[in-house]
Write a protein that binds this ligand. Structure first.
Ligand SMILES: [Zn+2]
Length: 363
């Protein structure tokens, strides 16, 4: 077995950085260029445009620079992360995987959800079939059901992240989560998983980027656990990347042989995070990413219980991610220059008769 890997110093300040990020941005912040406290735009978190000296004709180069947590790249609605300091834009890991990896199961799932919802709402469906307007309204509601289900799962995912954050900060679970009966079983199972494997969270919801390979993403968490490391034959202090999945059904095996809700794409996803050399602490500090183990964990968290699955996320899985990235790039850009206009049939010429004869000969 290899020598124990020390916990990288890079993550040592995580809790302090997370706590700092919870504070509202200051009204004023020292400008990196002129060194004077300058007004911070509350909305963008950037230093307001100013001159370093009254006689200057040009604004101070520190104008517009983001401060503290505003330096962390944020995901846009269109699936990009923008680095506020450099202006660089990176496609998000999950968007690339969604575009570049075939997910036939997803369309079957959506079809099933819509069919079931229609059956469960038969009287309403019949009633709405009387006028074209009501019909259209009902169809719109019906086809949005898969999106609503996905959003509900997102709510649970966010609740779990808040719990992890509370653990890292050494705080009790937020009251509004603990008192929500819908979240209660998830929370109990989460705590059971943490106790069972003695998980220590080192970072959560961390934005990472790979400028060289042009992508960025938000990893769920990084943990250490000597028990887990032993089970995976890894050095005891290994940093393990982790991801929570709240969909599917515990232990159910789907036709492709995977566990329902725990899909192998997770390996490619975490391989991309693991290969990213740059990360941001919550307070905006940019760090070199510490090395994580080539095996990650997926926590399948359901109201009926929990399972912890190991997942490959090494170089082989990174190649899979690169394949998806290549296909996503095709979908987004190059697919637009493949098919040309319908060809105009050639104008008939004087020897058109010969061509007709020729065709007949072939037939
Ligand atoms: Zn300045």
């Amino acid at each position: 077995m290899a020598a124990p890997t020390p916990i990288a110093d890079a993550l040592a300040g995580w809790a302090a950085a997370a706590r700092a990020a919870e504070q509202p941005l200051p009204d004023k912040f020292p400008c990196a260029a002129c060194g004077i406290d300058r007004i911070v735009n509350a909305k963008s978190g950037t230093i307001r445009k100013h001159k370093a000296a009254k006689s200057d004709v040009l604004p101070c180069p520190g104008s517009g620079a983001p401060v503290l947590s505003a330096r962390v790249p944020a995901r846009s609605a269109r699936g990009y992360y923008k680095d506020p300091e450099t202006g660089d834009r990176y496609p998000s890991v999950t968007t690339l995987l969604d575009k570049g990896m075939a997910k036939a199961a997803l369309s079957f799932w959506a079809a099933k959800v819509v069919a079931e919802t229609a059956m469960d709402n038969l009287p309403a469906m019949l009633a709405s079939s009387r006028t074209p307007e009501e019909r259209e309204e009902f169809i719109k509601w019906l086809k949005n059901e898969p999106i609503r289900r996905r959003d509900d799962r997102g709510d649970i995912g966010r609740a779990v992240h808040r719990l992890i954050e509370a653990r890292i900060l050494g705080e009790p679970p937020p009251a509004q989560l603990a008192s929500n009966p819908e979240f209660a079983p998830y929370i109990d199972h989460f705590h059971d998983a943490v106790r069972t494997w003695k998980l220590r969270f080192r970072a959560s919801e961390m934005v990472v980027a790979h400028p060289g390979e042009n992508y960025a993403g938000t990893l769920d968490y990084i943990v250490t656990s000597p028990l887990l490391a032993e089970a995976l034959s890894l050095p005891p202090r290994s940093l393990l990347m982790g991801d929570t999945k709240t969909g599917g059904e515990l232990d159910r095996v789907v036709y492709s042989g995977h566990k329902h809700g725990v899909y192998p794409q997770a390996g490619a996803q975490m391989a991309a995070y693991r290969a990213a050399p740059v990360g941001w602490l919550r307070d905006g500090t940019r760090i070199d990413m510490p090395e994580c183990a080539p095996i990650a964990v997926v926590l399948h968290l359901r109201p009926e219980g929990w399972r912890l699955y190991p997942a490959r996320c090494g170089d082989d899985m990174f190649q899979v991610f690169k394949g998806a990235q290549f296909m996503a790039d095709f979908e987004t850009y190059r697919s637009k220059n493949v098919i040309g206009e319908a060809l105009t049939p050639p104008a008939p010429t004087s020897d058109a008769g010969d061509a007709t004869t020729g065709r007949k000969d072939v037939a």
